[in-house]
Design a protein around this ligand. Structure first.
Ligand code: ATP
Ligand code: MG
Length: 342
C-alpha cells in the first residue's frame, strides 16, 4: 500500500494534481482511491463525480484503464458513524448516535473535519486500496489534520479525562467512585446546572471507549503516515511561488517527521515559438511580447526553485498550463501524462 498526500497554498491545483496522480496509478493497473479532506469538495468537479455520494467508482471507459479509480469526499457524519459502531456494542452505539450532545458535536464543533480526516484515512487503509491519494485543504489548515489528532491522543490519555470516563457512570448510578471524583461531579452540577452537567458527563462517559478507539487508530495511522516506505508528501505550487512554498512546506513537514518526495510546479506556460508575421498589428506584437516575457520570468523562477529544492525532496516535477479547466477524466489524463510514476 502506498499513500501520497498533496499539500500547497490555495488555488495552485492541489485537487487537480491529486486526482491526476490517482488516475495515473489506476491507468497503471492499480486500485486507487483519491480522498479529499477539504470541505470545499472541488474534487467532485475534477473527477466528474455524481452528486454528493461520499464514495464512488469513476468511469474510466474513455481512458481504457486496467485499474480502478475511486473518488471519496470527507463525509463527517458517516465517518463518525462508522467510528462509533466499530468501538462499542450496537445498543451502546445507538445510545451515542441518538444522544443530543452527539448531534450537537457533529453540527457545531469547529474543526471536526480535521479530527475526522485521520479516522477517514484509517478507513481507506482498511478498505484495501493499493494506492491512496489525499487532497488537503489550503495551507492555512494544511497541518491541522496532522496536528489535531495527536493533540487529541494526548487529551484522551490525560488522567483526569480518563477518570471522568471511568467513574461518572458509577457515581450517577449512586454506586459512587472515590470521594475525590464524587466531590468533583457534585461541584460541576452546582456550577452548570444538574441537567446539563448530567447530559454532558453522561455522554462523555459513554463516548470514552469511542474516544479511546479513535486515539488508538489515530496513533497507528500517524505511524503509517510517518513510515517512509508507505507514505510521502508532495508539495504543489505555481512557478512564482515554488521556491518559497518548497522551503516552507518542506520545513514544516520534516519538522513533524514526515517524508517529502516531490515539489510539483503546476501551470507552467508552454514556450511557443510565437513569430508574428511582418506587418502584424502593434496589439499583436505587444501580446506576443507579454506572453514571452511571462514565459521567461516563469523559467527564471523555476530555475531558482529547482536549485533551492536540491538536496530536499527527490523529484522536481513540471506541469503545463492546459487551455481548459480540469473538469473530468480527459483533462486529468493530460496532466497525468506529465507526472512521474507514483
Ligand atoms: N495545469 C492546469 N491547467 C489549467 N487549469 C488548471 C491547471 N491546474 C489547475 N487548474 C485550474 O485551476 C483551478 C484551481 O485548481 P484546483 O481546484 O485543483 O486547486 P486547489 O489548489 O485544489 O485549490 P484550493 O486551494 O481552493 O483547494 C481549477 O479551476 C482548475 O481547473
Ligand atoms: Mg482543492
Amino acid at each position: 500500500m502506498k499513500i501520497r498526500i498533496f499539500v500547497g497554498t490555495g488555488g495552485v491545483g492541489k485537487t487537480s494534481v491529486t486526482a491526476a496522480s490517482a488516475l495515473g496509478a489506476a491507468m497503471g493497473g492499480r486500485k486507487s482511491l483519491v480522498l479529499t479532506i477539504d470541505p470545499a469538495l472541488r474534487l467532485r468537479t475534477a473527477l466528474g463525480m455524481d452528486g454528493e455520494i461520499p464514495q464512488q467508482r469513476i468511469d474510466l471507459a474513455s481512458a481504457r484503464s486496467k485499474g480502478e479509480l475511486w473518488g471519496a469526499l470527507l463525509d463527517v457524519p458517516s465517518a463518525m458513524d462508522r467510528m462509533v459502531r466499530s468501538d462499542v456494542s450496537e445498543a451502546k452505539a445507538r445510545a451515542i448516535l441518538e444522544h443530543p450532545i452527539y448531534r450537537l458535536m457533529l453540527t457545531s464543533l469547529a474543526g471536526m473535519n480535521e479530527l475526522v480526516a485521520v479516522e477517514r484515512i484509517s478507513h481507506a487503509i482498511a478498505d484495501g486500496f493499493e494506492t491512496l491519494f489525499i487532497d488537503t485543504a489550503p495551507s492555512r489548515h494544511a497541518f491541522e489534520f496532522l496536528d489535531k489528532p495527536e493533540f487529541f491522543v494526548e487529551l484522551v490519555t490525560f488522567p483526569l479525562v480518563k477518570l471522568v470516563g471511568r467513574t461518572f457512570g458509577l457515581w450517577n448510578r449512586g454506586v459512587s467512585g472515590d470521594a475525590g471524583s464524587s466531590n468533583l461531579y457534585t461541584k460541576v452540577q452546582q456550577l452548570v446546572g444538574a441537567a446539563l452537567a448530567g447530559q454532558v458527563l453522561e455522554f462523555f462517559s459513554m463516548f470514552q471507549p469511542v474516544a479511546e478507539g479513535y486515539a488508538k487508530r489515530a496513533k497507528n495511522t500517524m505511524k503509517t503516515l510517518r513510515d517512509s516506505r508507505i507514505t510521502s508528501f508532495r508539495i504543489v505550487s505555481s512557478p512564482g511561488r515554488a521556491r518559497q512554498d518548497g522551503n516552507y512546506f518542506f520545513t514544516e513537514l520534516t519538522k513533524r517527521k514526515f517524508t517529502v518526495d516531490d515539489l510539483i510546479v503546476n501551470r507552467l506556460w508552454p514556450e511557443l515559438s510565437l513569430d508574428p508575421s511582418p506587418g502584424a498589428s502593434p496589439a499583436t506584437l505587444s501580446l506576443v511580447d507579454w506572453y514571452n516575457s511571462v514565459c521567461s520570468q516563469q523559467r527564471a523562477d523555476l530555475g531558482k526553485a529547482r536549485t533551492a529544492w536540491m538536496g530536499k525532496g527527490s523529484r522536481f516535477v513540471e506541469l503545463p498550463e492546459l487551455a481548459q479547466d480540469i473538469d473530468g477524466v480527459q483533462a486529468l489524463a493530460r496532466i497525468a501524462e506529465h507526472l512521474p510514476n507514483s
